[in-house]
Design a protein around this ligand. Sequence first.
Ligand code: ADE
Length: 438
Amino acid sequence: MVKGMRLGKYELGRILGEGNFGKVKYASNVETGQGFAVKILDKQRILELKISEQIKREIGTLKLLKHPNIVRLYEVLASKTKIYMVLEYVTGGELFDRIALKGKLSEESGRKLFQQLIDAVSYCHNKGVYHRDLKPENVLVDANGNIKISDFGLSALPQHFKDDGLLHTTCGSPHYVAPEVLANKGYDGATSDLWSCGVILYVVLAGFLPFDDRNLAVLYQKIFRGNPSIPKWVSPGAQNLIRRMLDPNPNTRITIAEIKENEWFKQNYTPAGPVDEDEDIYIDAQAFSIQDLKPIDLEKQQSGSHALINAFELIRMSSSLDLSGFFEKEDVSERKIRFTSNYSPSDLLDKIESVVKDMGFRVLQKRNGKLRAVQENKGHKCQNNLSIAAEVFVINPSLYVVELSKSYGDSSLYRKLCTKLSNDLGVSQNQQLLALQV
Ligand code: ADE
């Protein structure tokens, strides 16, 4: 067998999954043979998005989360270009692959998983940590059929460029996202996580999504309206709980305390016990502390292909690092962004046209709520040309969603364009609130 890349005491193996910021790979500890999952983050992407401080804080928080239904973070390492998060390895795959393969769960099994989900979410909320991106890929199943939530507290990592308050919802699947998050109303992490848990409970018991449509605008409308029809085979108790969780008004939506008092929820409920701290025995105590991580002696690392140094040391140093290559392995999720606007579709297209023309684009098409444009690189015709498309969706008579996407070309220029357009045309939270009340 071909030996995988060495990362300190770990040997990296096959790819387990692909996230917004990079891959998750299997890794084994060469001394103990123990399996881990290593999430590999592209450091320069973090730098580019100016979220290193946020990542640092959030990884610090994640390290404190110890719950049987939450994927544990054991240590954080870094090479010149990457950050490696060494995580608990979960063997059973994603919950929703199971549902896709075997169909819905029995009410008994669904309730057990839902109780574990609420336990984990409640534990994190009590520590002031919100997921904000609870979705099928983040719900894994272990060898005993118990769920493990991944990426808790990593809300800086997914698709939000939140600092500037502009590029709000990029194109992850909106199916699990609470209406107030989609509408960018300024939301409470706790209540919007519960909406996502409601969608997960629905999918587990029904076997399909509560809100779905191929047309994005229709999908948004369905989510804003809430009140999905629930199949008859779901018991009245579960139906009632789902309805209370999928309440589009976050102020009247059920709370965790109320869920824990719910009769359907309480059946056969045993809250999770504390994590066995013995699990930590094999973790290098020094390496475990992010803040205190000392640069590892580079001489000792020569057997590995990457010299390891403190991840955050590296982020601090890295303003001087070479940024070339950053855009080469870009993530598909970064190619599309959406923002909401109050301008009418024709105004939006006119304004987008004028902005892209100012930036030297040539407009190829502008009709039926769509615009396509290309910016040709002088002297390099057809090479590295940035080609973009904009599409406007009607949410209601005074609220629209603009979706920008890039077919190919320079990502940094594309990001500038996204920022400019959402700056100029995006709706403020107050305007949006008014629009949604129309
Ligand atoms: N895919 C993503 N995270 C994982 C984990 N912790 N274990 C197994 N597969 C994964």
